[in-house]
Every structure is written in C-alpha cells, then in structure tokens.
Ligand binder design. Structure first.
Ligand SMILES: [Zn+2]
Length: 106
C-alpha cells in the first residue's frame, strides 16, 4: 500500500518541476491533493461498504473527481497560470489512483 508520504512526494515533485508565482501555494496544494483521495476512509465509519461507489477507493480515486478537483483549485487559486495549475493538480491527484492500483490491497 502506498503511504500518505509516497502519495505526497509525487505532488511535491510535480509542483517543483515548474516555476510560477504562487509556487509555495501550488506545492502545498499539490501535496494535499495527492493525499486527498484517502480521506474517503471516513466512509467506513459512516457504514458505507468498501465496494460502494463512494466507499474507499471509489469516486475520490476516479478520473472524474481528479478533473473536478483540479478545476476547482484552478479557478480558486490559479490567478495567472490557470492551465499550469490545472495540469499540476490533476496529475498530482490522478497519481494517487495510479499508485494505489500498483498495490495488492483493496
Ligand atoms: Zn488511496
């Protein structure tokens, strides 16, 4: 199972590859976005089963969620470099599902 640190380092690396204003904010949000999908573990305490679409490794690990999340952050924080923001955040969060798919858990 990929660790939260392992997911976060991908977001960190992607954000560090580019140089824009607001770089520190982008690094922080890229790391947070790469870790974000695993917040769906709270679904267990809500009684949502693992295999449910909104269960662990469900919607929050999907491409649609990645696109939506990247669009939200792009419009909220990407003042001048919107496309760069979208690309970095999208690949940060989509990397989470890719790393999870390489594990034997779930
Ligand atoms: Zn995950």
């Amino acid at each position: 199972m990929a660790s939260l640190f392992g997911h976060g380092i991908v977001g960190f690396t992607l954000a560090k590859l580019i140089s824009i204003k607001q770089a520190k904010l982008l690094v922080f949000l890229a790391i947070s976005s790469a870790i974000l999908p695993d917040l769906d573990v709270i679904s267990f305490s809500l009684g949502i089963p693992y295999s449910h679409p909104f269960g662990h490794r469900g919607f929050s690990h999907s491409i649609v969620f990645s696109i939506l999340w990247a669009l939200i952050l792009m419009f909220l924080f990407g003042k001048q470099n919107k496309f760069t923001w979208f690309v970095v955040i999208f690949f940060s969060i989509i990397s989470h599902g890719v790393l999870d798919a390489m594990t034997s858990g779930g």
